[in-house]
Design a protein around this ligand. Structure first.
Ligand code: M6R
Length: 596
């Protein structure tokens, strides 16, 4: 959500900022802007719409070696030209871009800015006006920024330009992500490494309530009291080619196809030299010693967590609860005496999950982050970490991170168990092979999407047992990228009301992987067929029936959610493709949801 790129160096800044913003498009946005400072002053271009539109309105004859850029996902005020960033103070001396939400904006205006006039509906403009006010009162820019930051409540990542000091970009952070990129003769700022990876792979981490003064040659980090902080740089693990689409038309299909390799990478990452499971012993002890596991997550990660509950209870025999982060934080259930909190988050930046983390840390409970992003907020702020090793996931719709989450949950459940009576790593290796065969069969899903989904307004996924969890995830996937209203439903619940929605040709996709519910789900299929539904059945080979359209090779009964996810992801992809949707950047959505 929102992206920031800044550059100060010796090269013209436009392409660096614009292409950096393009690398942040995956985060989700509805408007974009850029400010370039040169000897003739400051030049701002901004508007609602994509970076491709920003490229059309930027005057490419304007050159400059200092600039900041922004992609905005609207929170305060509509997505329009005026609300787009950068924003300026009323004298136009201070210009800034902001990611986050200032929670005490109204109080700040009443208390400090009652005479100021505002152009936009954003909370960001108040920050620029405050810096201006403190500067007008005779403070240095450095001090004016620090005074301002000291007053802000909420979240912010900021890049600030002072027209009267064209040799500096100021950056600051609280709760919203911001990295500082160290170059040779230049320095950069970015919401994440992807925005800078084509220029540098060496970074400084900026922590909450710190700010930085960035020149061409130097990056100096301070706390809000103005005390300098010494910090080492680190080298990122990201490779520039990891974030390219290559020959794929969309990131989503590239990421779906990558899943067999991700599973194999996980097998290698969680295996010792003797071929046994290898998981941090502190994590295993925490699991063994706790009296209950609380899994906290949102969206797709929440659905992976549902499978995680099943795995922990079946394999580890440990009572496990799964909670939606945004619910848990304000409606906290009874917590057991010795709980262990597991946060599942692809991005590691999800504000709803972080709010729970802050709360349970205050209560003194142990925490684990299961995330794809090393160094992300949840990674840094939890006691223990488990990495997903899925590689950067750029499409908004989560695919490979979802299956990686389930695989890591299965690995950890097995490693923590005294009685896991199967070889998890070799079962996962079978899963990887089955996934590969499913990927090779993608033309089938394309055809099924064409026949059953493309022109439909609504759809149902039905299943029982663990298949129900896949149904919830499959439904989310289909609705978020194709905009077909889809519900994932426990097949046995249909007759208690929802079956009223089944009409002639309503698509119903049934998933059946568990022997003990095979016949029950097939009865439910007959019930919807009798009411006119157009049914696609996806089953595992050992319980398949002749007419099932998607038959998946056998995998261990606990690991079926890893394979049923694949056809569901392809069905969503092809339905969205045939409907002409913006697959990697679906409307209204953001990749990392950094507001509550
Ligand atoms: O980064 P996280 O895993 O914490 O994100 C949670 C959800 O926002 C995310 O899974 C979302 O539901 C996806 N867009 C679904 O594809």
């Amino acid at each position: 959500m929102c992206g920031i790129v800044g550059y100060i160096g010796n090269e013209d800044v436009k392409e660096t900022i614009l292409s950096g913003l393009e690398k942040l498009e995956y985060r989700g946005y509805d408007s974009a802007g850029i400010a370039i400072l040169n000897g003739n002053g400051l030049h701002i271009y901004k508007d609602k719409g994509r970076i491709s539109h920003l490229r059309e309105i930027v005057d490419f004859s304007i050159n400059g070696t200092l600039g900041i850029g922004h992609t905005r996902w609207a929170t305060h005020g509509k997505p329009n030209q005026i609300n787009s960033h950068p924003h300026q103070s009323s004298t136009k001396r201070f210009t800034l871009v902001h990611n986050g939400i200032i929670e005490n904006e109204e109080e700040l205006i009443i208390e400090h800015l009652s005479d100021a006039t505002f152009e936009s509906d954003t909370d960001t403009e108040a920050i620029a006006q405050l810096i201006q006010k403190f500067s007008d009162e005779g403070n240095s820019t450095d001090r004016a920024i620090r005074y301002t930051l000291g007053l802000l409540e909420g979240s912010y990542a900021l890049a600030i330009i002072d027209n009267e000091n064209p040799e500096v970009i100021y950056a600051a952070k609280n709760k919203s992500p911001l990295l500082l990129g160290k170059g040779n003769g230049f320095n950069m700022i970015g919401s994440d490494a992807m925005a800078m990876i084509h220029h540098t792979n060496e970074f400084f981490e900026l922590q909450d309530k710190e700010y930085a003064i960035i020149t061409r040659q130097d990056i100096a980090i301070y706390n809000l009291q103005g005390r300098k902080i010494e910090r080492e740089t680190y080298f990122g693990e990201l490779d520039a080619t990891d974030i390219e689409k290559g020959t794929y038309p969309h990131y989503m299909i590239k990421e779906i196809d990558e899943q067999p390799f991700v599973i194999r990478r996980l097998i290698a990452a969680y295996q010792d030299e003797h071929g046994n499971l290898k998981v941090d012993s502190d994590i295993l002890n925490q699991i063994r010693e706790c009296d209950r596991i609380f899994i906290i997550a949102c969206g797709t990660s929440y659905h992976a967590g549902m499978v995680g509950k099943f795995l922990f209870e079946r394999i580890t025999k440990k009572p496990t609860e799964i909670h939606i982060s945004s619910e848990f934080v304000y409606n906290t259930p009874i917590i057991s005496e010795k709980p262990l909190f597991v946060f599942i988050s692809q991005s590691g930046e999800t504000a709803d999950s972080r709010a729970v983390l802050v709360k349970v840390k205050q209560m003194g409970y142990p925490t684990i982050a299961m995330t794809n992003v090393k160094g992300s907020t949840l990674y840094r702020e939890t006691d223990y970490q488990l990495l997903l090793h899925a590689g950067p996931e750029i499409a908004v719709a989560s695919t490979k991170a979802y299956t990686a989450q389930i695989a890591v949950l299965a690995i950890v459940a097995c490693a923590a168990s005294d009685s896991c009576n199967f070889n998890m790593l070799s079962e996962l290796s079978i899963v990887a092979n089955v996934m590969e065969a499913l990927c090779d069969n993608r033309e089938l899903y394309n055809e099924l999407a064409k026949e059953f989904l493309t022109d439909k307004k609504s759809c149902f996924y039905i299943g029982r047992h663990v298949d129900y969890y896949t149904c919830l995830e499959a439904a989310l996937k289909l609705k978020e990228i194709s905009y077909i209203q889809t519900e994932g439903f426990a097949a046995g619940e249909l007759k208690h009301g929802t079956i009223a929605l089944i009409e002639n040709c309503t698509p119903v996709i049934a998933i059946i992987t568990q022997e003990q519910i095979n016949l029950n789900t097939r009865s439910n299929i007959r019930e919807v067929r009798a009411r006119g539904a157009a049914v696609i059945t996806m089953s595992l080979k050992r319980i398949s029936s002749e007419k099932d359209q998607i038959v998946i090779d056998n995998v261990h009964e606990f690991l079926t959610p890893l394979v049923t996810a694949i056809p569901a992801q392809y069905l969503s992809y092809y339905a969205a493709l045939q409907r002409g949707c913006d697959i990697d950047k679906p409307r209204n959505l953001a990749k990392s949801v950094t507001v509550e």
